[in-house]
Design a binder for this molecule. Structure first.
Ligand code: HEC
Length: 156
């Protein structure tokens, strides 16, 4: 019991030390935040793509919930996720964000708008059957890929 709680305290101490360290570099935190948001996008969009491809049974409730989540996330103000200097040239191995995001700004905004439009279209029909979902999901996938092709470092 005593050992267990000591260990617990040690772990809490370590966690605090680690997060305290990370807080010293706000750019790193911003990178983590935007990657976290991207992971949420992928986690919610993944089953929608799978349902549209027939790799997963279509489920109207689930489809509208997931599309609704993507739509809710459009309301986040993510401007603090993209501070200047937080690109792959400065943070190699930690980000795949190309400097081009900042040097061609506000070009990336066009891609963000396409993504938002695609999310809204998917969310409007996701619960209306597999065919309705299929009719809109392609544009969503293209919007993810379009932006990644332009603004993310290619992985070999
Ligand atoms: C407007 C541009 C844009 C759109 C649209 C976009 N992404 Fe991204 N995405 C990025 C950028 C830039 C990165 C690199 C972020 C980094 O590494 O700091 C990224 C990274 C990611 C990652 C990797 C995150 C990590 O942990 O390293 C995933 C997964 C991802 N995106 C999924 C998606 C999905 C799924 C969609 C569409 C539903 C999408 N993205 C739409 C720009 C975009």
């Amino acid at each position: 019991m005593k050992t267990a709680s000591k260990l617990g305290l040690m772990i809490i101490g370590l966690t605090l030390a680690t997060s305290g360290f990370a807080a010293k570099d706000p750019l790193k935190n911003a990178i983590k935040a935007r990657q976290g948001e991207m992971q949420l996008r992928a986690f919610n969009a993944g089953p929608l793509f799978a349902m549209a491809k027939g790799q997963m049974d279509y489920d109207a409730d689930m489809a509208s919930k997931l599309a609704g989540n993507l739509k809710l996330m459009l309301d986040l103000d993510t401007s603090r996720h993209w501070p200047k200097g937080s690109d792959v040239d400065n943070y190699m191995g930690e980000t795949t964000a190309l400097p081009k995001i900042w040097t061609t700004y506000p070009e990336i905004g066009k891609y963000g708008k396409k993504y938002a439009a695609a999310v809204n279209e998917v969310a409007a029909v996701a619960g209306n059957g597999a065919d309705a979902l299929k009719s809109k999901i392609g544009a969503l996938g293209d919007s993810c890929k379009g932006c990644h092709d332009e603004f993310r470092e290619k992985k070999n």
